[in-house]
Write a protein that binds this ligand. Sequence first.
Ligand SMILES: C[S@@+](CC[C@H](N)C(=O)[O-])C[C@H]1O[C@@H](n2cnc3c(N)ncnc32)[C@H](O)[C@@H]1O
Length: 356
Amino acid sequence: MMVNTVVNNSITLNSSKRNSVFTDFLKLKWRSSKEPKINLRQRLPNTVDDIERDWVKHNALRTAFEGDFKAPVGRLLEAGGLEVLDIGTGAGFWTNEMASQFPLSHFTGIDLDKNVLPTSLLSRNVVYQRIDLIELPLPYENDSFDYIFIRSMLDTLPDSMWDSILKELIRIMKKGAYIECVEAYENLFDAGPSMRLLNQLIQQSLQHPPQSPTTPLITNTTNNTNANNCISSSSNYNTEERNPWPNRLANMTQLKNMHIYHTHTPIGIHGHTVGTLLLEFWERTIKSFQREWITNKLITEKDLVSTIKSMRNEVDEYKTYMSWYSVVAQKKGYDGPILRFDDVDEYDRVYTTIIA
Ligand SMILES: C[S@@+](CC[C@H](N)C(=O)[O-])C[C@H]1O[C@@H](n2cnc3c(N)ncnc32)[C@H](O)[C@@H]1O
């Protein structure tokens, strides 16, 4: 059976459903874990520097991926009534942008750090909640969300925690809902010695608690061409392999239709807008870790200054770039009618066909 329908964008769709998710959350109140709090370094609150760095990265990614998302949900978001969850929303850059772009759908941004969450809401179709992903189950009913977005989060928690968090996210997804995970690849491509050294320091800081002050020094590689030896001989780092999202999603039997999108983004002025933004992102990332590196004697202040200086020229000389992926999958089990979007007219009315 085929039914032609017209959805008028001026009508708020599914508002009772939308409200119910929010009231369910209020009913549940805050969960206080009986387990002792896990003391993870990444649980430090976001600083202004972190927030500004995320803003720079958000803009670079938006340009590089040619939009805010890759999941096939654009027309559905436009038609309205969708419940969207942004995991680890930070200052809500993505959520706010999406909420104003799609006023008929409803957005929830969650983050551990309540200080980073926006206090003034730019649009009425968005809420922010302070929720810690470590405290499972999440305070949402089964089948609550149509689309879950999660970006730049793999480094924030130990690798071993993500599979149970992912199972929990699948529980709160509706049948047929999409999940999208966006991350950068750890390795840089065509990086010169200074950039390689800085990246290794960053990766070490992300994967390990602050080092002991007795950890041996890493010397400046601008005068030392053997950057990799220098790093590996500096300590016995037990580098934890991160299982990337595509592997994790592929292992979840409740998910199907997995698609991966890649984008390769130059760093430095040779990469124009994206490149300039990403160079700034790298410099801000370095700035946020530099105190820790110097205090822990991983590098001297003098060496760090000269390494950063040569890195700026090197990225253009070597045409350094990094790569990102967005992986999208759908929850199985939806066997209802499929909505096909045919057109949007000049009055913003969406014309659809329902194929039963
Ligand atoms: C790198 S930021 C990413 C922000 C945002 N997703 C983006 O792409 O712009 C990581 C965010 O994860 C949050 N976070 C870290 N651990 C968390 C946890 N256990 N539960 C919820 N959020 C967490 C941090 O507070 C931070 O805002």
